[in-house]
Design a protein around this ligand. Structure first.
Ligand code: NAP
Length: 245
């Protein structure tokens, strides 16, 4: 039996996902860095993990494609027959903002498919190992948008609100097997996803007076996957500088 502990971060190539990969690596996890298409950024994440003394591997798949998820994770299991992924961070997400009246089918489906179907495909696949070993952590990266609702984001708000609902339901299913399921709901965080936003004007809405850093989201994820958080499940923790409704 390998004694390595494995964590998978979907969308680990950039932004918040990269910061989570680096933090989990510092906690001692071997990190499986998932990405959709940006291999160069994912390799940079892996290089950074190795520079700080950790280890990990890349695993490319589209979380929205159930067959691709199953195939990639089956291959991972073949390479690690004596191990399982005990920590999963469902972080992959996309934004396709539009007022609903103008929203195209593609904008609606891409956002729902990535956040909600992605959660379903990856979590279903990895849950069996966690339940069998009676040890597991799942953290879903939701959003303030899924709590408050934001105009221009009915697709994104719907996907993130649904993710929060699934978090609460699944938490109750798997708690007896020592698997916890929580969500983290960031507000405005500096990343590629928010680079088109007007930070100067939007930060005035935030009581803390600034956008958050990916590392500040990663720190919350790290707490939730730690042993100290064993009794916290079905919870949603906001990381938003005081920006509520
Ligand atoms: P980002 O910089 O745009 O990075 C998105 C990541 O998701 C990339 O690693 C990307 O992979 C991956 N990804 C996208 N679609 C995917 C798919 N179908 N399959 C696998 N990977 C996929 O975004 P971010 O700001 O770090 O956001 C990370 C998470 O936080 C998202 O769920 C987002 O909704 C949430 N969030 C962000 C903010 C914010 O202010 N930034 C606020 C609230 C919530 P590639 O590199 O291969 O494209």
């Amino acid at each position: 039996m390998e004694n390595k502990r494995y964590a998978l971060v979907t969308g680990g190539s950039r932004g918040i996902g990269r910061a989570i990969c680096l933090k989990l690596s510092k906690m001692g996890f071997d990190v499986v860095v998932n990405f959709k298409s940006n291999r160069m950024a994912a390799s940079e994440t892996l290089d950074m993990i190795k520079e700080q003394g950790g280890d990990g591997e890349l695993l490319q798949f589209d979380v929205a494609d159930g067959n691709a998820v199953d195939a990639a994770l089956a291959q991972w299991e073949e390479r690690h027959p004596d191990s399982y992924i005990e920590t999963l961070v469902n972080n992959a997400g996309v934004r396709e903002d539009s007022l609903l009246v103008f929203m195209q089918d593609k904008q609606w489906h891409e956002v729902i498919d990535t956040t909600l179907n992605g959660f379903f495909y990856v979590t279903r696949r990895l849950l069996k190992g966690m339940l069998t070993h009676r040890q597991g952590r799942i953290v879903n990266i939701a959003s303030l948008s899924g709590i408050k609702g934001l105009p221009g984001q009915s697709n994104y708000s719907a996907a993130k609100a649904a993710l929060i609902g699934a978090t609460k339901a699944l938490a109750q299913e798997v708690a007896p097997r020592k698997v916890t399921v929580n969500a983290v709901a960031p507000g405005f965080i500096v990343s590629d996803m928010t680079k088109d936003l007007n930070e100067t004007s939007l930060k005035k809405l935030v009581p803390a007076g600034r956008f958050g850093k990916p590392e500040e989201v990663a720190a919350t994820v790290a707490f939730l996957v730690s042993d100290d958080a064993a009794y916290i499940t079905g919870e949603v923790i906001s990381v938003n500088g005081g920006l509520y409704t």
